[in-house]
Design a protein around this ligand. Structure first.
Ligand SMILES: [Zn+2]
Length: 409
């Protein structure tokens, strides 16, 4: 019993979103996805994903996750609850991903908000872990979960409605609202854009986006100057259907949203494209944009310095400033690249507006405190650099890149 109390205490002490509220229902579920003599598995919550389960001859509960469609760049997501029907019992759970090796290691939670990692082992591309289950359902997920309700709670906690207009810029395929935070002064023409969560399982990137947004939304002299000069568009959750359905990567039409920019075949990307067309392009200009993701390592994907964008060395200077901060064990990795026509957000910003844009990727296992620290420093250094750059310096890139790209197309 003592052991169980300790596990409870350590889970509750690691809340990932400051002041996070009880947005997941941890009460006993009514209908199981699958059940055995004394153990049942549930998928009756936002973001859940299990597609198959069985009990093997040696008593292991083997769960499978399938991608929403294929081909796919595989990030096998899983999330479920497990509970004993009567007596508490020890179980071994295996998680298999269809046609993919495991990417995310298991996290457990009693309330769906406070998570901890559990010891695991991997054999034949299958993840295994042992746990005790009781009649109180235990959440198991590939990463700590952030679903729509968590974003709404986060808006409230950070009082974002006092800093921004909260507007609905569109609807997802399944009719979920796509929320945006907008700051604009009629006399300001320069726009800074932040988007997040194109890819549902990329939670470290989602946390980085939240921390970055919190940092630019603080009350201090720097943010005051920033808000005074720049208009801001923030879309923290671009793929709400993918998140709700526990997708590995795509929206519910089976499309990778980060291959749809400029093409705008999907309502989620189109919502942002139309906002830009209606509110930015008529008499304003974009100065810089960030798109938050996760991958194996912390990486900042930039546009090449010789691509014709203005100011030429903007991203390089920003990341050098960040590097000069010498942030503990954190390495600022810069990877310039260009892929015209592929539908990637940063490429769309570059090709259509002639300015730099960065895909800000956090490593899958980058600790939460480090994510927050980097986001804070990123926000401060980027706001300072944008403020120290003359308005005219962001103009003129579009004409140059048309010259640059035309010989290869
Ligand atoms: Zn991604």
């Amino acid at each position: 019993m003592l052991k169980k109390v300790l596990v409870f205490a350590s889970i509750l002490s690691s809340c990932l979103v400051a002041g996070c509220a009880n947005v997941q229902d941890s009460a006993q579920s009514t209908s199981a996805f699958c059940e055995f003599e004394n153990v049942a598995f549930y998928d009756d919550f936002d973001g859940a994903r299990i597609n198959d389960c069985k009990k093997t001859d040696n008593g292991v509960y083997e769960l499978s996750t399938f991608p929403e469609n294929q081909p796919i760049n595989p990030s096998p997501w899983y999330a479920f609850k497990v509970a004993a029907k009567s007596e508490a019992t020890n179980v071994t759970i295996a998680i298999k991903a269809k046609d993919a090796r495991p990417r995310y290691l298991p996290n457990v939670s009693i309330d769906g908000e406070n998570w901890e990692k559990v010891p695991f082992w991997i054999k034949n591309q299958t993840l295994y872990f042992k746990t005790e289950v009781s009649t109180q359902p235990l959440f198991v997920a590939a990463q700590p979960m952030l679903v729509s309700a968590n974003y709404q709670q986060w808006h409230k906690i950070n009082r974002l409605s006092q800093k921004y207009e909260q507007i609905v810029i569109g609807e997802s395929v399944q009719g979920r609202k796509i929320d945006a935070l907008v700051h604009r002064n009629a006399q300001n023409k320069e726009w800074f854009i932040v988007i997040g969560r194109q890819h549902p399982p990329e939670l470290t990137g989602a946390f980085a986006a939240m921390d970055f947004i919190a940092a630019i939304s603080e009350e201090n002299a720097l943010t005051e100057a920033f808000f005074e000069r720049f208009n801001i568009l923030i879309v923290p959750l671009l793929n709400p259907d993918g998140v709700a359905n526990g997708h590995w990567r795509h929206n519910v039409n089976g499309v990778d949203l980060n291959r749809d920019w400029g093409k705008f075949t999907q309502p989620e990307t189109k919502a942002v494209g139309q906002f830009i067309e209606n509110n930015v392009s008529p008499n304003g200009n974009i100065v810089f944009a960030l798109d938050f993701h996760s991958t194996q390592q912390d990486i900042f994907y930039t546009m090449p310095t010789d691509y014709g964008l203005e100011p030429q060395y903007f991203s390089e200077h920003w990341l050098q400033t960040l590097r000069d901060k010498r942030i503990g064990s954190f390495t600022v990795r810069e990877r310039p690249g260009s892929a015209p026509g592929r539908g990637v957000f940063k490429q769309y910003i570059a090709d259509n507006f002639g300015v730099h844009s960065v895909t800000y990727e956090m490593g899958d296992n980058t600790p939460r405190d480090m994510i927050r620290h980097i986001a804070q420093l990123s926000a401060e250094t980027l706001m300072s650099q944008l403020l120290n750059t003359d308005k005219e310096a962001f103009l003129g890139g579009k004409a140059k890149i048309e010259k640059y790209t035309s010989p290869t197309q």
